[in-house]
Design a binder for this molecule. Structure first.
Ligand SMILES: [Zn+2]
Length: 201
């Protein structure tokens, strides 16, 4: 095989396989300095029904799930990937305050909203952010137009739930199949490297 062809194949083949397998590549975790950190003795109880009191909006109606939270190809995937089409409007899940609205190499354009109970939701790979840090938002407020900025191979929303700068599985709060909230409350405590999240039965 000609040397130049070999080099082209070596360069292109991993990109092709990446496009087929997944949509973002274990984006490098970003921390925000203003996060309300849990201390060792604190616990945070998050109840979906309390969150709903001030309204709830599924961030992206008519969506299709691409990829869940968890280990993926040996790397941690820190959120859920939800299929979008370019310029779809992403809406805020609950009321709160925008604590971050900026661009990162991996996340692309990214928005993080802190809700009154300490939960934070993250929306990324946006083609354009529509809100600024410090803005108060309500459930349903348009936050961004979606795209595939950052390390993404197709238009999608990378959605995270976080407490104390640590991500946890959004599926514990959101029913992605039915676009609603789950019923169980969550008890969140600090552990050595991160947080522990347990359902309260
Ligand atoms: Zn993702």
């Amino acid at each position: 095989m000609k040397k130049w062809l070999y080099i082209v194949l070596l360069t292109v083949l991993p990109l092709v396989s990446m496009a087929q397998d997944y949509y973002d590549v274990g984006v490098k975790h970003i921390k925000i300095t203003t996060s309300s950190e849990l201390n060792d003795k604190q616990e945070l109880i998050i109840c979906p029904m309390d969150l709903m009191e001030d309204g709830f909006c599924f961030p992206l109606p008519n969506c299709k799930i691409l990829s869940p939270y968890g280990m993926r190809n040996g790397r941690m995937h820190s959120g859920w990937d939800i299929k979008t089409y370019a310029n779809d409007t992403i809406r805020c899940a609950f009321e709160g305050e925008v604590v971050l609205s900026q661009w990162f190499a991996d996340y692309g354009n990214c928005v993080i909203v802190r809700h009154p109970n300490g939960l934070e939701t993250l929306y990324s790979h946006n083609v354009k952010n529509l809100v600024k840090k410090g803005e108060k938002v309500k459930a349903g407020t348009p936050l961004s137009l979606e795209g595939h900025t950052g390390r993404a191979t197709g238009d999608h929303l990378h959605f995270e739930t976080r407490v104390s700068n640590q991500h946890f599985d959004p599926n514990l709060l959101f029913d992605f199949e039915n676009h609603c909230l789950r019923k169980d409350c969550l008890r969140i405590t600090k552990k050595k490297s991160g947080i522990k999240v347990k359902k309260i039965k």
